[in-house]
Design a binder for this molecule. Structure first.
Ligand SMILES: NC(=O)c1ccc[n+]([C@@H]2O[C@H](COP(=O)([O-])OP(=O)(O)OC[C@H]3O[C@@H](n4cnc5c(N)ncnc54)[C@H](O)[C@@H]3O)[C@@H](O)[C@H]2O)c1
Length: 336
């Protein structure tokens, strides 16, 4: 018997909201019931393309009575209040990362989420990238023996505008947060963080006391180590690679090219076109898989959706990295 599609309220129709609208409309297990954005033109154009009723008010979505789940894709400072309102209305939530930039606000919301029994998942989409997920499954299956070192290289094509950097919470909370979650995908129990940052090229980072270049080193309770290398720019395009090194071998995930066609001439061999441009392209499949996993969570089936606790853990690691970069200290953490 085919199940009735889950009816979603989408809150926020900016860059990532539009990606989720497309996934919800494309998935036979989900449908768009409401589309909400205070910039109502944005909501209207998403609803015209993918369906749903339009509103400027998230409260209207939560009170409508015909919503089975909400997807929060509004700016980070709105997440805590919206998650709180949704769980008190008994409506499951898939919320974009990060929960918030301030761990005190996350901790204040934590008991309400835990006590509600309402499913809350975080949008750590990279866990659902087919290649990263396969690498992790193969580590878990013992193909490389004991995992000893995990290397994560994560570089954006170009630095964001200075106005974005000003409110981003800094490179660790804004950008590395995905990599901290990826580290925990392989090694959940991180116990120690050290990090360093530098400003090499971005005036916005310099102006706002941020870094454009960073390296974080994490220690897991097993003794395994993680290195995360970040840059806010990359002349070669979006650079997203992982290497898992174990006692019996190594698993590597390379960058995704835009095409598998290569050109060989007298001056170069196997010249390939550029890498996929940025996250919307590179992780298109991951966003769709993330949604399918969340649907399982809402339906009470076994699900690997990252939880509120995973969102909190990633922020704790980001805070620790920020502190380590500022002080030079090694920071102990408890995120197991
Ligand atoms: N997982 C990922 O790969 C990924 C990628 C980009 C952004 N994000 C996260 O998604 C969130 C949104 O980022 P974005 O780049 O799409 O931002 P954006 O600015 O492009 O879009 C945000 C939208 O939310 C709307 N909005 C503002 N307040 C609202 C409210 N109270 N209710 C409903 N809508 C509201 C804005 O009008 C805007 O249209 C951020 O938390 C960001 O960190 C995640």
């Amino acid at each position: 018997m085919t199940e009735t599609p889950l009816r979603f309220g989408l809150i926020g129709t900016g860059r990532i909201g539009q990606v989720h609208a497309r996934s919800i409309a494309a998935d036979p297990g989900t449908t768009l019931a409401w589309v909400c954005d205070p910039i109502v033109e944005g909501a209207r154009s998403v609803a015209a393309a993918y369906g749903g009723r339009v509103t400027e008010s998230a409260e209207e979505v939560l009170a409508a009575g015909d919503v089975d789940a909400v997807l929060i894709a509004s700016p980070t400072p709105t997440h805590v209040d919206l998650i709180g309102a949704a769980v008190s209305a008994g409506i499951p939530v898939l919320c974009e990362k990060p929960i918030d930039l301030d761990i005190a606000r996350v901790d204040a919301l934590r008991p309400a989420v835990a006590g509600s029994g309402v499913p809350v998942a975080l949008g750590f989409n990279r866990r659902f990238d087919p290649s990263f997920a396969a690498a992790r499954a193969r580590v878990a299956a013992g193909e490389i023996g004991e995992l000893e070192q995990l290397s994560i290289i994560s570089r954006d094509p170009s630095a964001p505008p200075a106005a974005y950097v000003a409110v981003s919470g800094g490179i660790f909370r804004d950008m590395t947060i995905h990599d901290f979650d990826m580290a925990r995908f392989f090694l959940p129990d991180i116990v120690e963080v050290r990090a360093a940052g530098s400003v090499l090229f971005d005036a916005g980072a310099r102006e706002h006391g941020d870094y454009d270049t960073a390296v974080s080193t994490l220690l897991a309770s097993s003794g395994a180590m993680v290195t995360i290398i970040n840059s806010r720019h990359s002349a070669v395009g979006y650079d997203q690679r992982i290497e898992a090194f174990g006692s019996q071998g190594m698993l590597q995930v390379a960058n995704a090219p835009t095409s598998l066609v290569s050109l060989s001439t007298a001056s170069a061999v196997e010249a390939k076109p550029p890498y996929q441009d940025f996250f919307l392209e590179r992780y298109a499949e991951a966003y769709a898989a993330e949604l399918r996993e969340f649907v399982k969570l809402v339906r009470g089936e076994a699900s690997s959706s990252p939880s509120f606790e995973d969102g909190r853990a990633a922020l704790i690691l980001a805070d620790a990295a920020q502190r380590s970069a500022e002080t030079g200290l090694i920071v102990r953490v408890d995120v197991g």
